[in-house]
Design a protein around this ligand. Structure first.
Ligand code: NAD
Length: 294
């Protein structure tokens, strides 16, 4: 397939490279020139702007930070929906508000485009290893059309339901992840304060009822695991500010529906204080070092 890829950041770059490795023709665009250069160095074609990347491709994948970037890319007089060929199937993998995903997909449909929301889980390691989980909202036939592409970037592909449903699942998942990372950090710090070796503590809890993804695969305590952000000074990975964005999406969604999410709200406050202390760009597992009363 010929694929346009917009947003070559921590996630988008390795995802686009996996499409390239699988033999697809990929033309990429990002606002940051170092990201474009990294893509070009690996053999990718680069476009001078988003509209060129979207020209005459079978599918267009976007992987942008937040709702406003996705609205900016697709909508308005200069947006992609005004320029691209409606035969191109649009796949937005960014994590954004379910409402915005529905609005953009509906604007796309009015112009004759098929569009799915396909946010991912699995982190930068999953993006590199092509083991991401895709949570897809939209029509089944559109998912089937792009499935061969998603299979080159991920391992598990779920059809969650109608347009926006992928984002709803993602918002629920990331609220749980944010809470789990806080709980895991708290338990590890308590053990360490008791003189425990964090590796021994982690090994035992990983085989006990406290086991969870943050503890087993993304341990926040430096030195417990290789190849996780905690052992690389929390550089790369999933930023505190991106986690904060996702918690904001969850809280906003809950408020609209009058759903009760007290732990989600508490997590939002803690990550917010951590970000304000100057840690917004660090990986979210750096919350391990956060002291509420510091
Ligand atoms: P990132 O900030 O590293 O990358 C986003 C890229 O988009 C940047 O390179 C930026 O320059 C580019 N960009 C922004 N606006 C653009 C535009 N108009 N045109 C072209 N390029 C544009 O972020 P990321 O970590 O890659 O995350 C991307 C999305 O994936 C976010 O919604 C995030 O919540 C989600 N996500 C991230 C992770 C993770 O572990 N990092 C995991 C799952 C989901």
């Amino acid at each position: 397939m010929k694929v346009g890829f917009i947003g070559l950041g921590n996630m988008g770059l390795p995802m686009a490279l996996n499409l390239l490795k699988a033999g697809h023709q990929v033309i990429g665009f990002d606002l940051v020139s170092s990201q474009l250069q990294a893509f070009a160095a690996a053999g990718g074609a680069i476009a001078p702007d988003a509209n060129t990347a979207a020209k005459d491709v079978d599918a267009l994948v976007s992987m942008l930070p937040a709702s406003k970037h996705v609205e900016g890319l697709y909508l308005g007089n200069t947006g992609l929906l005004a320029y691209a060929n409606p035969k191109t199937v649009l796949v937005d993998c960014s994590t954004i508000s379910p409402k915005v995903a529905q609005a953009v997909a509906s604007a796309a449909k009015q112009k004759g485009f098929a569009m799915i929301d396909a946010p991912v889980s699995g982190g930068t390691a999953g993006a590199q290893a092509a083991t991401l989980t895709f949570m897809v909202g939209g029509e089944a036939k559109d998912l089937e059309y792009v499935r061969p592409l998603l299979e080159k970037m991920g391992k598990n592909i779920f059809h969650a339901g109608e347009s926006g449903a992928g984002q709803t699942v993602k918002v629920c998942n990331n609220m749980l992840l944010g809470i789990q990372m806080l709980g895991t950090s708290e338990a590890l710090r308590l053990g360490i304060a008791n003189g425990m070796d964090p590796k021994v503590l982690s090994d035992i809890m990983s085989k006990s009822s406290g086991r969870n993804w943050a503890l087993e695969l993304y341990n926040p305590c430096p030195g417990v695991m290789d190849n996780v952000p905690a052992s690389k000074a929390y550089v790369g990975g999933f930023g505190v500010d991106l986690m904060l964005k996702d918690l904001g999406l969850a809280i906003e969604n809950a408020q609209n529906l009058d759903a009760d999410v007290p732990l989600g709200q508490m997590a939002q406050q803690l990550y917010e204080a951590h970000s304000k202390a100057g840690n917004g760009q660090l990986d979210f597992s750096s919350i391990f070092h956060f002291k509420k009363n510091a």
